[in-house]
Ligand binder design. Structure first.
Ligand code: 5GP
Length: 111
């Protein structure tokens, strides 16, 4: 079954893209939890961080690099959070790996 992010990657669903290359797309979250709330999404179909394999590690590293670049562009490099939820119990709602980049306000310990 195709999920929302796979539809966005395929161009079947609109999204406000802030970065894209052959391997990764980054979009604005539709329901932002902070003034800056971006989602960094590898295009490869990986369910979540627990399903990452050795061969995916360069792609994950590239996601971190994209996060750094976006943090600079959005001027939040002095304080941001990069997180991923793995599994429904952790709050994952879309089962295609993505990293939340949050910033633009003082962030609480975990929220
Ligand atoms: P999760 O709960 O899986 O960690 O994160 C999913 C995120 O995707 C949520 O923050 C939610 O607001 C966002 N989201 C869900 N549907 C859409 C959509 O259609 N477009 C965009 N841009 N974000 C979405």
């Amino acid at each position: 079954m195709t999920n929302v992010f796979e539809k966005i990657i395929a161009g079947e669903l609109p999204a406000e893209k802030v970065f894209e290359n052959e391997r990764i797309v980054a979009i604005k979250d539709i329901n932002p939890a902070a003034p800056i709330h971006l989602l960094i999404i590898p295009k490869k179909s990986i369910e979540g961080i627990h399903m990452i394999r050795e061969e995916d590690l360069p792609l994950i590293g590239e996601c971190v690099k994209v996060a750094q670049q976006l943090a600079d562009r959005y001027e939040i490099s002095d304080g941001y959070r990069l997180l991923t939820n793995n599994g429904a119990k952790a709050g994952q709602t879309i089962f295609h790996l993505h990293f939340h980049l949050l910033g633009g306000r003082k962030l609480g310990v975990m929220g």
